[in-house]
Design a protein around this ligand. Structure first.
Ligand code: SF4
Length: 286
């Protein structure tokens, strides 16, 4: 059996930096820290951090003291004040691309523009953008039905921003609907480069005649991993793999070449593990 890895896959620059910052903090003896929300959406990385003495917490109130790490997805600006008021130090690993969207949203609201975030309202990145805002200044949408409920004519201007890890094509109908209701809509191209590159690369695997099956490796809560899977399965059998226990020998029964990709929060060692496990399956006597 042959393996073909996507031209781009796995850790993006933002996640790589977040991972390094937390590991450096732990290495320098920072054992009185905690991470607010998964530092990246990957259970293995979360366990790794806990083993290093930096556990994950779900709310600031759970921080026992010391340092709180803000994840690559970012937090609402008020969380910085809340943390300081609680006597916590902050290790901020928010990705610069996420900060760019905060800035773009602030500038649009200051100019009287209504915001539309295309994304999941309960995703930490989106909560970061919306939590501190007046609810009258924005909507978070994922479906045309949601968009239909809004009287778009009442807004002097509308700006559409995307959660960084989405596949914009999946929401074209939503944004197209808004544009059909008002002419004063602008789109900000906020899907991050790493997401786009990984998505383009899985499309290439999908259209590669040599590839029979695609594996998409990543965390259970990783939105960008799921999107890679959604794209891959449009072309050929594509399976989501969270760990080697998910592998099913049946998937490879007729496969000569296995395409491999991974979400932006998947560490390299996990990809190597999955590839090695599939190799052993192929080598095992039937
Ligand atoms: S996917 Fe993009 S926005 Fe998200 S952490 Fe990585 S580089 Fe930053």
């Amino acid at each position: 059996m042959k393996f073909k890895r996507a031209a781009k896959y796995g850790f993006c620059a933002g996640v790589r930096i977040a991972d390094k910052k937390v590991k450096k903090f732990a290495r320098l003896g920072g054992r009185d820290g905690s991470i607010l929300g998964q530092v990246v959406h990957n259970e293995r990385v979360v366990d790794e951090m806990a083993d290093l003495g930096v556990p994950t917490i779900e709310a600031l109130a759970e921080a026992g003291g010391g340092t709180v790490v803000f994840s690559a997805h970012g937090v609402p600006p008020s969380f910085h004040d809340d943390a300081r008021r609680a006597g916590l130090k902050i290790l901020d690993t928010t990705c610069p691309f996420v900060y760019d969207i905060h800035d773009e949203a602030d500038a649009a609201v200051a100019a009287g523009t209504h915001l539309v975030f295309i994304g999941k309202p309960d995703h930490r990145e989106v909560i970061g953008y919306t939590h501190d805002r007046d609810p009258a200044t924005y909507h978070v949408l994922t479906t045309v039905d949601e968009a239909r409920e809004i009287d778009w004519g009442r807004y002097p201007a509308v700006k559409v921003l995307y959660q960084t890890t989405l596949n914009a094509d999946d929401y074209e109908d939503v944004v197209g609907y808004i544009e059909s209701r008002t002419a004063r809509v602008s789109r900000a191209d906020t899907i991050c480069y790493a997401t786009k590159e990984n998505q383009d690369a899985v499309r290439e695997l999908g259209t590669d005649p040599e590839v029979d099956v695609i594996l998409v490796i990543g965390g259970r809560r990783s939105a960008n991993t799921r999107h890679l899977w959604e794209i891959g399965r449009r072309f050929k059998p594509t399976y989501l793999v969270h760990d080697i226990g998910d592998l099913d020998p049946e998937w490879f029964a007729a496969a000569a070449t296995v395409g491999i990709t991974a979400g932006a929060s998947t560490p390299d060692y996990m990809i190597d593990e999955v590839e090695a496990a599939v190799s052993s399956l192929a080598a095992a006597p039937v």
